[in-house]
Design a protein around this ligand. Structure first.
Ligand SMILES: [Zn+2]
Length: 145
């Protein structure tokens, strides 16, 4: 069961697991915005939407965002392969490094070993392996919580 995380200005940020959302409530970085009726988890109604508290958001909004790392790419993509949706343990360079592709948020995506090997030194279109999403730089909110 996923929970939608809203920015303090109610702009949607990303989705997290219920467990993750409850941790945010415990740490008081978020408050329940919408909840399932008549259900309870600890002292909170079971949230469907949580809202970040403002002072945390202000800090994120003015920071440059997290730096690139292999581990960070796996976290950003929820360890889901960008090509087949299976469990990912490697990262793939969309434009291969051998052809000038950089270690950057927009050029890397989580991939399973099989897809990574199959794609090899090709671009997604050359390999006919479309990305399931467009890689993007994550916010601090998506990575740190
Ligand atoms: Zn895969």
């Amino acid at each position: 069961m996923d929970v939608l995380v809203l920015n303090a200005d109610l702009g949607p940020l990303h989705r997290v697991s219920l467990r993750h959302a409850v941790r945010m409530l415990v740490r008081r970085v978020a408050e329940v915005h919408e909840a399932h009726p008549d259900t309870q988890i600890g002292v909170w109604p079971v949230p469907t939407v949580v809202r970040l508290v403002s002072y945390v958001v202000t800090r994120w909004r003015h920071s440059r965002g997290p730096g690139w790392s292999r581990a960070g790419v796996l976290v950003r993509d929820g360890r889901r392969c960008a090509y087949c949706g299976g469990h990912a343990s490697t990262i793939d360079h969309v434009l291969p490094r051998s052809r000038g592709g950089r270690n950057s948020w927009v050029n890397t995506a989580a991939a399973c070993g099989a897809c990574n090997q199959r794609k090899g030194d090709r671009t997604p279109s050359e390999a006919r392996m479309p990305l399931r999403f467009r890689p993007a730089a994550p916010t601090w909110a998506a990575m740190a919580l």
